[in-house]
Design a protein around this ligand. Sequence first.
Ligand SMILES: [Zn+2]
Length: 355
Amino acid sequence: MAGDVNLPEVLLPPLPRDGMAAMAAPLPVLHEYGPAVRIGLWEGALPHAPINEADLSEQERLGLQAFRTRLHDSYRDEKENRPRRSAPWDEDGGRSGLDEDQPAATPPAPPLPADPTTVPQAPQVRRLAGRIAVGVVIVSGPGPLTMTSAQQSKIITDVQNGLSFLGGRAPARDVTFTYDLHVAQIATPDTTGPIPAGQDPYEHFEAPWRDAALASIGQPAGWSGVKNYIGGIKAAKGAQAAYCAFFTHYQLHHFAYCRDDCVVMQYANDGWGTKNLDSVFAHETAHVFGAPDEYALSGCNCGGSHGAYGRPNLNCENCADGGGVACIMRNNILDMCAVTPYHLGYTMPKAAGSV
Ligand SMILES: [Zn+2]
């Protein structure tokens, strides 16, 4: 078992370098860093096929290193005894809660030329099913904003642990996270001073380092650059859905949040600390795929229509019997209530009834 996820994760035999797209793996692949490093869910025997570590790409090397870290007893112990384990996300009255992790509005995209023949499209509903491209951009700035190699490894390891939980819970075992990892080295100073009147506070802190990081990975500035990056990895990875995450030491309006299909997290992770990077990342990722908050201070209610299946928020702490059950959308725990799988849009067994 790797980390505290309690799934039969194994390193799968490497694929031939030139046959990645053509050779569909017969086993469920949970994480894909490249043809040589794929982590799957499998309890049976596997053919002995050693990995030639000298030939690994940097991304494959990082993915393998993360998996090996997660197999260590010390990592599992750290996760099983994580600080504030099971605490509701608003435990301390919201001082370090996730109650601002979903801004009311995302920055507007640049206006597009009017086209009278265009039919308005409904917003895309993302589902946590099939191949999911994950762009992870670790933003390393000058001086104290430097992201050390140990911190970079920690991020990649905790992303893997959090996504093992989210993807591994899919009943059909059909979720594959396929990664695009970057370390963006930038020289941008931190943002200080008051937020100018009328400016989006998230954008005020995020835009300077984000736009520099986007430039370092060959993308235009602004929200259009984020969208362009996400669209690019979705196409390149042949994925059904894609999102990205920035990790940084830069000052943010809130330490962890998601806007549409982009997660932003501060490495220190506020009162939850770095030992909970995985659970906070899993929570934010769940938002990307349509899961609503379930803790009281979020202001949730048990109605609504959320996620691809349009289910109400039945485990909302404000109205569920007994305040609801443990769930990643309610507590700092790698567990899930009965309705969050529907909110995430998992492929569900045909015989499944209502929840
Ligand atoms: Zn939230």
